[in-house]
Structures are given as structure tokens and as C-alpha cells.
Design a protein around this ligand. Structure first.
Ligand SMILES: Nc1ncnc2c1ncn2[C@@H]1O[C@H](COP(=O)(O)OP(=O)(O)OP(=O)(O)O)[C@@H](O)[C@H]1O
Ligand SMILES: [Mg+2]
Length: 291
């Protein structure tokens, strides 16, 4: 395979993200502020809908506005919530989604055509698909016992579909001090070694289940109380994707590269071999969901 995507825009974007600084929460916003706002953006509309549905009671702060999504710190009936609201269709580029979607079967031929043709309806479908995929992956990984945030809508698609284009999950850290990404954390050499081992373990846990993350680096790993949590799953890919091996290799490379900042000097190949070795080891204990 020519691996055209290796130097595609998304890859360039993640390189840029390597340099992006973390934003601290930008101050408290009360729900009443949002509700009263005039000329509100669609983010506020979505938050109001999530509140009406009983998922949220208060928005504490906007955490970070990225290219693909805006993250908010909020509060809900089960504690602190990270609300990830995907950008509107026009602002989002689905151009490079195809590498992650290859091998997926879309049975509805009309839907498939609309998505491929990038009609407005097709884009809306892609957007929904992307959000639902993040929930489905979060639920699968959470149940399997992996170090991922607990999804806070679901577990059935009929429940989490109503929060689209937002994904609700447990906030890692606290409302006053949100967990930093590993790319922003300052680590002692011991902590760096532990974080590296956990990061390898997390990638091995995914591989054991037949998944590759697709954007695995310190930019999508959170660090809180000496524990690594993996985030950002819409592009998670399965073995039925013909690009699986290339994506796996790319993830190993970006993990190794992004850890250089923490003083680790390991090649992508070594990283991949270690991940493969660990993937043959025992799996985490699944989380039991009581009825
Ligand atoms: N469960 C969580 N707890 C705390 N912070 C989180 C959580 N999930 C995401 N974040 C924060 O929100 C940011 C954006 O989340 P994510 O990486 O899933 O989206 P993204 O589309 O890649 O956005 P970006 O382009 O900003 O990285 C993360 O970089 C992280 O700082
Ligand atoms: Mg991310």
C-alpha cells in the first residue's frame, strides 16, 4: 500500500498538535448565563438540550477548543462530566476519515452514497457516525476494563444517540484541576518510566482486543494521580480495516516520538515489538455492569 495518508493533512495536524499548549479552564460559566445568552452558538444550544434531557446540571468551564471538538467541564447527576462537542459540519474536515473507515460495511446504499458524495445529509450522517463510534468504543473499552473514561450516557445506542453531537464521559481530575495530557505534564524520571509502561500497556490492551487507536500519543493520554487514561476514540480502527497494520505502526512511532520530551529514547520498531509482546499477556479484568 502506498500509505498516502502517512503524510496527509491529519498527520500534519497531529504534528501541529504536538506543539499546541494546553488551555486551562477559562473560568466558571453558570447555566443561567448560557440560557440567557443571545446570539448563542450551537454549543450553547446543545448544552441546553443536554440539560433538558437531565444529563447536565451546570457547565463549569470551557476547557479547550480544538479543531475537531470543544471540551467543557460540567456537572451532572453522577458527578463531574467532560462534555466533548464536535464541531459543526462545515467546520469539520471529514476528508481524511476514509483511512479509518476503510473496511467498514454500510448496508444502506443510499446512506453510503450520501456520505461518499458529501451532501449535507451525508455529512450529517458522517458526523453522527463519528460521535456514535466514539461512544461505542468508549463503552466497549470501559467494559473490557481498559484505562479509559467512563461513558456517562448509554450503554444502549438509543440512550447515547440523544446526546449527539456531544459525547459525555467522566472527567479525569477535578473541576478545579483537570488532568493534564501527558504532553503537558511534568514528570520525574520514575513517573516518566511508569507513564511509558502504562502507555505501552494501554496500546497492548487495545491490540489484544483487535483495535488500534489511530491517534495514539501523549496528546491523547491523560495523567492523573500517577495513572494514564487513554482518550479520543472516534478513529479507533479494527482488524477488518486494510490499513490496520500501518496505523498500528504509525501509533507506535508517534507514541515513541511524543515520549522524547519525557527523556525516553525508544524507536517506533522497539515500541511496536514491546506492545506486541505485552498484547500476548493477560488482559485487564472486565468491569461488571450491574443490571
Ligand atoms: N475525560 C476527560 N477528562 C479530562 N479531560 C479530558 C477528557 N477527555 C478529553 N479531555 C480534554 O479535552 C481535550 C480534547 O479531547 P479529545 O482529545 O478527545 O478531542 P480532540 O478532538 O482531539 O481535541 P483536540 O484537537 O483539542 O485534541 C483533550 O486534549 C483533553 O485535554
Ligand atoms: Mg485529542
Amino acid at each position: 500500500m502506498s500509505a498516502r495518508w502517512l503524510d496527509d493533512e491529519r498527520w500534519g495536524e497531529s504534528e501541529q498538535r504536538l506543539r499546541r499548549k494546553k488551555h486551562k479552564p477559562q473560568g466558571r460559566r453558570r447555566l443561567s448565563d448560557l440560557t440567557a445568552a443571545e446570539g448563542e452558538d450551537s454549543g450553547d444550544d446543545i448544552i441546553r438540550r443536554l440539560t433538558d434531557l437531565g444529563h447536565l446540571s451546570e457547565v463549569v468551564a470551557e476547557l479547550k477548543s480544538g479543531k475537531e471538538a470543544t471540551a467543557y467541564v460540567a456537572r451532572g447527576p453522577r458527578g463531574s462530566v467532560l462534555v466533548k462537542i464536535y464541531r459543526d459540519l462545515e467546520a469539520r474536515s471529514f476528508k481524511n476519515d476514509s483511512v479509518y473507515r476503510e473496511g467498514q460495511v454500510i448496508l444502506d446504499q443510499r446512506a453510503k452514497k450520501a456520505m461518499e458524495g458529501r451532501t449535507r445529509r451525508g455529512l450529517a450522517m458522517l458526523q453522527t457516525d463519528w460521535v456514535l463510534a466514539e461512544y461505542a468504543h468508549l463503552w466497549a473499552l470501559w467494559r473490557a476494563g481498559l484505562a479509559v473514561p467512563e461513558p456517562l450516557a448509554g450503554p444502549y445506542p438509543v440512550d447515547y444517540a440523544e446526546t449527539v453531537p456531544a459525547v459525555l464521559m467522566r472527567l479525569i481530575g477535578t473541576e478545579d484541576e483537570v488532568a493534564p495530557r501527558l504532553s503537558d505534564a511534568r514528570l520525574t524520571p520514575e513517573q516518566a518510566a511508569s507513564a511509558w509502561s502504562q502507555a505501552l500497556g494501554g496500546m497492548a490492551d487495545l491490540l489484544r482486543l483487535g483495535y488500534v487507536h489511530g491517534d495514539y500519543s501523549t496528546y491523547n493520554l491523560l495523567w492523573w494521580e500517577d495513572t494514564v487514561t487513554i482518550i479520543d476514540f472516534p478513529q479507533l480502527t479494527t482488524r477488518q480495516n486494510p490499513n490496520f497494520q500501518s496505523l498500528l505502526r504509525r501509533d507506535a512511532e508517534s507514541l515513541a516520538t511524543s515520549f522524547r520530551k519525557h527523556g525516553l529514547s525508544v524507536s517506533g520498531d522497539q515500541t511496536l515489538r514491546e506492545v506486541q509482546r505485552r498484547a500476548l499477556g493477560p488482559a485487564p479484568t472486565p468491569r461488571v455492569m450491574l443490571p
